[in-house]
Design a protein around this ligand. Sequence first.
Ligand code: PEP
Length: 255
Amino acid sequence: MSRKYFIAGNWKMNKTPEEGKKLASEIASVVSKDAAVDVVVCPSFIALDRVSQAIEGSAVKLGAQNFYPKTNGAYTGESSPEMLREVFAKYVILGHSERREYFGESDSFVNEKVRFSLENLLNPILCIGETLEEREANETLEVVKRQLLGGLEGVDTDGLSNVVVAYEPVWAIGTGKTATPEMAQEVHGSIRSLLTEKYGEAAAEKVRILYGGSMKPSNAPELLAQTDIDGGLIGGASLDSKSFCELIDAARTAS
Ligand code: PEP
């Protein structure tokens, strides 16, 4: 089964709207209209609109880093899916370890958001991954299973077809430490098996499973060569157009 590679940049709390516009324009000028790779940039809320305008007409798509799972109302500081859709966001990152750690997001809240995103026509990028302590205690596969199945509770096969999964070992995020390709493939393979058990082989084979955690141009080719690694969710290396475009190139070459 050949899945289209998927490269997404998570800008986190970096880039002002003006800086974001510049970075997005540079990326859009390199990504051809009929890109062989799905390319998504996820700026902060305040930069979404400006970045959306900068990528208009290109193959680069827009993603948000979060939303609140309500239609509208008294939720100070939050944004709804409708607001995101109005600026042409197509994806939303959910369950990122930073949201789990700093904002106390539980598996059940992540699941509520996954279901709400699907009901509201946003494609979730569901992030899962173990901490260093969990890996050292040999709990990686158990944690990944809990977060994956917890995040997908109540999601049917149709819904799954709009979900992208990102395996991000927490100990590799922003640390410069990367899982070896073999370590990453082991977890990606078990994610695919869990999806197969729940949804059947045909549906599971179509799901893109991204690796995230200090992915950069130098380690991407080996990671992307693994059977079940279908792209990357990139933090640090997505903040510079040269390294991000090199990652897109690495995915194109791996295709
Ligand atoms: C991330 O936070 O999603 C991430 C993978 O960050 P980095 O690439 O900087 O490790």
